[in-house]
Design a protein around this ligand. Structure first.
Ligand code: IPM
Ligand code: MG
Length: 357
């Protein structure tokens, strides 16, 4: 029996609802497969803990996570706690502390889900966005002086390193190479940003030489938004900086029907540390507790987690089950249905148990 230790951190908002759904689907897969076991430990870190104790997680939080094979993460963010506190108190220290430098965000239009783009359906939009996840605009480098005075200044410095850019380019080219179309688009803004972004472009061209079978092109980020909307079929694998990919992946999620179906994997490709898997949507307190959160993003990221662990058959089965349920029209309100989180979860678990899935 193959065994994996999973740290579940449901955290805030709809996080606990979707993580519970995800764990239910994972259990169904374990039972169906019979050859692996997930040993899940749940941590109560997040904004509630912050209100009680003044910190989102214990000081030795990352040390506690170190021994796990993967982290299954819900969402952070609460209406009464500033966003930079929830983010820098829990999620970013894990991403950056565990050097999860590749953030992988697949987007597809699932059967039964409607894209807001006219005439665009499943098959027309099949992308993977690779987001640089360790530096760039999220380096946390900057400061403020003369607070509250008219002469106050604030800086937010984007840091690009040769090591950081080279490794994310290699990851993206390798991923593009593993996909049927072998097509990579490198997103940039080197017309306006003359230093880090020009280095980014140069390193992309250098790394491209290691992958002669990958076709690649370069797009300025503003023009990229137009291409994503007007010509989604022309894109496959995409690599962008931390902030640019953050923005493009929201657009990608919306074009695929809803952020409620968009997953993400924060990966340490060298496997020195546990990688972290989460839905993109965030805590969504407007629908927290209503039982209508879309669990599909969490199922999809659970499939990414199983893939990362080497359980590729179970990962593929989970995605087939999700696609069947979506195609059957069992959908939450964000994708035009009337089903609840529980309806979708039960249907996915039932599909997992089916002979032909
Ligand atoms: C994402 C999210 C986060 C980010 C937020 C919650 C800070 O939007 O994962 O895309 O910008 O990284
Ligand atoms: Mg985002």
């Amino acid at each position: 029996m193959r065994q994996y230790r999973i740290a579940a951190i449901p955290a805030d908002g709809i996080g606990p609802e979707v993580i519970a759904a995800g764990l239910q689907a994972l259990e169904a897969l374990e039972r169906r497969d019979g050859s692996f076991r997930l040993d899940v430990t749940t941590f109560d870190w997040g904004s509630d803990r912050y209100r009680r104790t003044g910190s989102m997680m214990p000081e030795d939080g990352p040390e506690q996570l170190r021994a796990f094979d993967a982290i299954f993460f819900g969402a952070v963010g609460a209406p009464d706690v500033p966003d930079h506190i929830t983010l820098w108190g829990l999620r970013l220290p894990i991403c950056q502390g565990f050097d999860q430098y590749a953030n992988v965000r697949p987007t597809r239009i699932l059967p039964g889900i409607r894209s807001p783009l006219a005439g665009v359906g499943p098959g027309d939009l099949d992308w993977v966005i690779v987001r640089e996840n360790s530096e760039g605009e999220y380096s946390g480098h900057g400061g403020r002086a003369h607070r509250g005075m008219p002469e106050e200044v604030g800086t937010e410095v984007a840091i690009f390193t040769r090591t950081g850019v080279t490794r994310i380019m290699r990851y993206a080219f390798r991923l593009a190479q593993s996909r049927p179309r072998k097509l990579l688009t490198v997103v940039t803004k080197s017309n306006a940003q003359r230093f880090g972004m020009v280095m980014w472009d140069e390193i992309a061209a250098e790394v491209a030489r290691e992958f002669p079978d990958v076709t690649w092109d370069k797009m300025l980020v503003d023009a990229m938004t137009v291409r994503m909307v007007k010509n989604p079929q022309s894109l496959d694998t995409i690599v962008a900086t931390n902030l640019q990919a953050d923005i493009l992946s929201d657009l990608a999620g919306a074009l695929a029907g809803s952020l409620g179906v968009a997953p993400t994997a924060n990966i340490d490709p060298e496997r020195r540390y546990p990688s972290m898997f989460e839905p993109i949507h965030g805590s969504a307190f407007d629908i927290t507790g209503k039982g209508i959160a879309n669990p599909v993003a969490t199922f999809w990221t659970a499939a990414q987690m199983l893939d990362h662990l080497g359980e590729t058959a179970a990962a593929a089965r989970l995605m087939r089950a999700v696609e069947k349920v979506c195609a059957d029209g069992i959908l939450t309100p964000d994708v035009g249905g009337t089903a609840t989180t529980r309806d979708v979860t039960d249907a996915v678990c039932e599909a997992i148990r089916m002979e032909n899935i």
